[in-house]
Structures are given as structure tokens and as C-alpha cells.
Ligand binder design. Structure first.
Ligand SMILES: [Fe+2]
Length: 303
């Protein structure tokens, strides 16, 4: 979706906006049954790409993998079918660049390190897009989640398409879009402890357009700590607007807001949409310990 083209012309934008809102699916329509993730059928492949275009995401439902290795093989197969190429690695992903999101435990070196980071705890995670601290060459255009084991309680994701956030903000005041496109809109300080990364300060826009295909990219975190917003009235208004859009009193009833708790064999494939995770509670049994596998990709799926 070449959003840059639409962004620059009011007529083109209005036409695209109307179509996008008219075509936006309900939650039950974004769930796709996949019989074999290692070999997508032509129909399954087309449905996933269509949903990525319309809603930024698809939830897939496949026969649950027998173990973690089988789940990883399934993620490899699905990624390959969709033309994703290599995964973006972080120091606490496994060697295959798949990150096992679970409550870190035990004394293994990686587990000790993981304990410092919220994704490896059972705490809630606020609204964000993945890799919001990454430089442009490592922007995460696609995220794949796969549920091996849900927690008995909690661990639900809320999901929101950034193209809808863009539309809502532009409807309210286009000046806020300009503020969010400013190259110094949002700074993440060096050594911020949110995910396993070490880097310098990362300053950049919230909304940008991909140089490759003009598609919209959103870099965002709702965290209050350690996010430095450009000191400007319109920027502050835009930040409040996003907070209200995602977490305000009307957010839960928005037709564009999806909430879902993945079950075994289910996953999310998305254009790195805005998302949260609620807190969860693992059970005592090994089969009651939440394990979600995550793959992050710099490539974007053709849609
Ligand atoms: Fe995330």
C-alpha cells in the first residue's frame, strides 16, 4: 500500500481512506484456518495477504505443534511461504533468531539476562510497535507470533492497525500528522531497558513512509518513562491523541480495536501493528507455562 502517494494528494487520500474504512474487517473475519503452515494453499496465502492489506494483520489457526521445535519449523515454513527472508536477531533470541517469550527462570546465562526485560516476565506490556528503538535499516516491518502454550489466566493481546491510527489522527487535525512525521518526534535514550538491545540514542519519526514501497511505518511506545517527545505543542497534542485513541474511554468499543488471547496452534501475522499484552499468571504444571514464539522480520509481506 503506497501510503506516501495517498498522503500527498487529498483526492487520492480521501478515496483510499473511504475504501480502507469500508473494507476493514470484523474480528471473526481476520481469523484464517490453515491446514498445514509448512505448505500454504493458494487460497490461504491470498487470504492472509488480503487481510494484511485491509487490517494490517491476520490471526491464523493451525493444528497445534507437538513441541517447540515443531513450532519453530512451522514458523520457518510460514515465513518462507510469505517471502519474509531472515529474522531480525536480538541478544536474547535463540540462535535461530526466534524469541521464546516466557517467564525467564533458571540459571542459564540467557535466562539470567532475560529476567531484566519486561517481555520475559508475566507483567503487562503497554501499547507499542516492535523495535521502536531500531534505526531505519532495522525497522520491523513484519511480526509473527505463535502460541505454543497460553497461560491459564491472562496474556491477552490488544491489536490496532497503524493505518487506522493515521486516518483517525488526520481526521482530527492533519498538523498532528506533520508533528508525528518530524524526524525528531520521538527519542529513545541509549541503554533504555525495555527489550534486549544495546545502542545509542535513537531519534526518529512516529509515522514515516518506506523508501521501498511508500508503505506507512509506525514507531511508537506508550511508555511514560524513557521516551523523550519533541518539546512542541502539536507533538504533545498528538501524543495525547494517540493515548486516548488506544487507551481512552472509547477505545475498547472501537470497531478497529481487536482483543484476543491466542490458543495453542494459533498465531498472529502482522505488519507490526500496535499491540499490548495483559499481565498473566502461569500455572504450576509445565503445560501451564505461557510460551509464545516471536519472529521479527525487516521485510514486508507483499499485499
Ligand atoms: Fe511487542
Amino acid at each position: 500500500m503506497n501510503m506516501q502517494k495517498y498522503h500527498n494528494s487529498d483526492d487520492d487520500y480521501n478515496r483510499w481512506r473511504m475504501q480502507k474504512l469500508a473494507d476493514f474487517p470484523g474480528f471473526s473475519d481476520i481469523v484464517v484456518d490453515i491446514s498445514d503452515p509448512l505448505k500454504l494453499s493458494v487460497g490461504e496465502d491470498a487470504t492472509i495477504r488480503d487481510l494484511l492489506k485491509r487490517a494490517g494483520m491476520a490471526v491464523f489457526r493451525s493444528p497445534p505443534a507437538e513441541n517447540t521445535e515443531a513450532a519453530k519449523a512451522m514458523m520457518d515454513g510460514l515465513g518462507e511461504s510469505l517471502g519474509l527472508g531472515g529474522r531480525d536477531k536480538n541478544p536474547y533470541s535463540d540462535d535461530d533468531a526466534i524469541t521464546p517469550l516466557h517467564v525467564a527462570a533458571g540459571n542459564a546465562l540467557k535466562e539470567e539476562g532475560r529476567k531484566l526485560y519486561i517481555p520475559y516476565t508475566d507483567k503487562a506490556i503497554s501499547w507499542h510497535t516492535d523495535g521502536y528503538y531500531n534505526p531505519p535499516e532495522r525497522y520491523i516491518h513484519t511480526m509473527l507470533l505463535y502460541c505454543v502454550t497460553p497461560a491459564p489466566d491472562g496474556g491477552e493481546n490488544s491489536l490496532f492497525d497503524p493505518e487506522i491510527a493515521y486516518i483517525m489522527m488526520r481526521d482530527a487535525d492533519p498538523a498532528m500528522i506533520d508533528a508525528m512525521r518530524h524526524p525528531k518526534a520521538m527519542t529513545i535514550p541509549a541503554n533504555d531497558i525495555d527489550d534486549a538491545v544495546s545502542r545509542g540514542d535513537e531519534t526518529g519519526p512516529v509515522f514515516s513512509f518506506s523508501k521501498k514501497d511508500g508503505s506507512l511505518y509506525m514507531r511508537y511506545s506508550a511508555r511514560k518513562k524513557n521516551i523523550i517527545w519533541r518539546d512542541d505543542e502539536v507533538t504533545r497534542r498528538a501524543v495525547t491523541f494517540l493515548e486516548n485513541l488506544l487507551s481512552g474511554p472509547d477505545a475498547a468499543s472501537s470497531p478497529y480495536m481487536f482483543k484476543y488471547r491466542l490458543a495453542p496452534g494459533e498465531g498472529l501475522i502482522c505488519n507490526n501493528v500496535l499491540h499490548t499484552r495483559t499481565a498473566f499468571k502461569d500455572g504450576k504444571d509445565v503445560n501451564e507455562k505461557r510460551l509464545i514464539l516471536r519472529g521479527r522480520y525487516n521485510a514486508k509481506i507483499d499485499q
